[in-house]
Design a protein around this ligand. Structure first.
Ligand code: PMV
Length: 332
């Protein structure tokens, strides 16, 4: 099944019709997975091996404005800077936009502004693709429901399927070959005390993309066969933790889930290690603080930086131990 087949099914009679408006604009938050998406069962459609669960970061995210232009080719503006259309970032974006137009018939000006710290390894593609799909929905006047928008965003980047909602979000893995049952849904629970601290230990770009690392892990890690079962258990525990506001159960499960994901990466060949020495030092500090009774946990994605998980009551203490961490309150 090709991406264009999925777009055709979702848009029905609206497929490849002219935009009803001149411009479309939308915001989408970025998200951090507490139970990770790691491994695809379909590379083309970004269909996951397992379900996953994330928390969206409120006002941290991307705003996309897409305007029909009379230029001969697309123009991409990222944080007020014109981006060369030959770089991989632009090529990926343009090939995504091509799914929604007859080739060469329309040019777009795409302005993306992001307030996500660029270096944070904060799945900026998640907010980016989700905001683009929402902007296209406005531009074309499709009036799609959120599940359909989630499926379209997934075609851009897997984790983008979760950025259509705020709060806790579950991405259903689905079983269908065309992925029509693989979309995200919000978990309607709010947890105002829930805090996240972005702990940036390095702003260098990652050496191995998550796409490449996932593929390598699935193909070569002897530990990968244990991953789906681990996700089943962790997902159930995190849902209980959210429903019962059991922060220690949530923190413990999220941290263990991230460490297990990284264990599968270390056991891939060639091995992938996203941690640097500062990452390990920060982990040891967190474990030490926890041994001393502080309720602090972390999660880590495809990069060296950590995301601290804690409750509002410990904010001042966390700030004294991690003065550089940027504090986010997803439900504020
Ligand atoms: O959606 P991608 O291809 O950027 O992959 C995201 C992978 C992780 O961030 C490591 C995990 C996740 O669930 O977001």
């Amino acid at each position: 099944v090709k991406k264009s087949d999925v777009v055709q099914v979702i848009l029905g009679t609206q497929y490849l019709q002219a935009p009803k408006n001149i411009t479309g604009s939308a915001f989408a938050p970025t998200n951090i997975a507490l139970c990770k998406y790691w491994g695809k069962r379909d590379q083309e459609l970004n269909l996951p091996v397992t379900p996953s669960l994330s928390i969206s970061l409120g006002k941290k995210g991307a705003n996309a404005t897409i305007t029909v232009s009379d230029a001969t080719h697309d123009e991409i503006i990222l944080n007020d800077q014109l981006v060369n259309t030959d770089v991989p970032f632009s090529k990926r974006l343009i090939s995504f936009l091509n799914l929604f137009r007859l080739s060469g018939t329309l040019a777009f000006t795409i302005c993306i502004t992001s307030n996500i710290p660029i270096a944070a390894g904060l799945a900026s593609s998640a907010a980016g693709f989700a905001s683009i799909v929402k902007a296209l929905n406005g531009l074309y006047g499709w009036q799609l429901d959120t599940s359909s928008l989630s499926i379209l965003a997934r075609l851009g980047s897997g984790s983008a399927s979760r950025s259509l909602y705020q709060g806790f979000v579950e991405w259903h893995k689905g079983v269908r070959k065309d992925g029509m049952d693989s979309f995200s849904e919000a978990i309607r629970e709010i947890w105002p005390e829930f805090c996240i601290g972005l702990l940036i230990v390095s702003d260098k770009e990652k050496g191995v993309s998550s796409r490449e690392a996932m593929q390598r892990t699935v193909a070569t890690s002897a530990l990968y066969s244990a991953w789906p079962q681990k996700v089943t258990t962790d997902l159930a525990d995190i849902k209980i933790a959210i429903a019962e506001k059991d922060f220690n159960l949530l923190g413990k499960t999220a941290e263990s889930n991230a460490l297990t994901m990284h264990a599968t990466l270390l056991s891939a060949w060639p091995p992938v290690n996203y941690a640097i020495s500062e990452t390990i030092q920060a982990m040891q500090k967190i474990w030490q603080l926890r041994n001393n009774g502080l309720e602090i946990y972390f999660t880590q994605d495809a990069g060296p930086n950590l995301k601290l998980l804690f409750l509002q009551k410990d904010l001042a203490t966390i700030q004294t131990h991690f003065p550089t961490a940027e504090i986010l309150q997803p439900f504020a």
